[in-house]
Design a protein around this ligand. Structure first.
Ligand code: GLN
Length: 197
């Protein structure tokens, strides 16, 4: 099983390092050839508008959509969650996503006052102590279909907003486990999604 990390923009190096701590065979993906050589993909945090433009410019938008529709396991963190959403509530002009997750995602959802914050989160399917989750201009899931399993939510002003979700072989988090030094979300992706694919 070879796991690619989309390396157009964002914190792909941190994802590669985290995957390597788990002994995974992981490599950068920025060409079609590299995409074809991997069995699963991680989409990093970063800036989804830029990632969208670069995916189009590098000829990867349609090929990644095709691989997702063929059942490739994919994990997206933060901007990666936005890239996996079927609908972006507030896209920048020309912004596209790969899609796959039957959700409406809201970018920068936590607002300016709480631009970046950390929270201890219990995540369904992940054993042990709550995870320290780092949110940086993070999205949340605004709405979702019945096909989506919510693994963790954050409460804001009495309303609960999903921040970790799974739909079949697609996993997404609003936060960045790749920079917290806790590899349990990556382990879950490898063991519960990739290896069972
Ligand atoms: N706000 C960014 C976006 O819209 C995501 C931020 C992140 O990945 N940390 O793409």
């Amino acid at each position: 099983m070879k796991v690619g990390v989309l390396a157009l923009q964002g914190d792909f190096r941190e994802h590669l390092a985290t995957l390597h701590t788990l002994g995974a065979q992981a490599c950068e993906v920025k060409t079609l050839e590299q995409l074809q050589s991997v069995d699963a993909l991680v989409i990093p945090g970063g800036e989804s508008t830029t990632m969208s433009k670069l995916a189009i410019a590098f000829g990867l938008m349609q090929p990644i959509r095709t691989r997702i529709s063929e059942g490739m396991p994919v994990y997206g963190s933060c901007a990666g969650m936005i890239m996996l959403a079927n609908t972006i509530q507030d896209p920048a002009s020309g912004q596209e996503s790969f899609g796959g997750l039957d959700i409406v995602v809201r970018r920068n959802a936590f607002g300016r006052q709480v631009d970046s914050f950390e929270a201890d989160l219990a995540i369904n399917g992940i054993q042990g102590a709550p995870m320290r989750a780092i949110f940086i201009r993070a999205p949340w899931v605004e709405s979702y279909s019945q096909a989506v399993d919510v693994l963790a939510s954050v409460e804001v002003d009495g309303a609960s907003h999903p921040v970790a979700i799974q739909q079949g072989k697609l996993l997404a988090t609003s936060f960045h486990p790749e920079i917290s030094g806790d590899n349990r979300v990556h382990r879950y992706f490898l063991e519960e999604i990739c290896q069972k694919a």
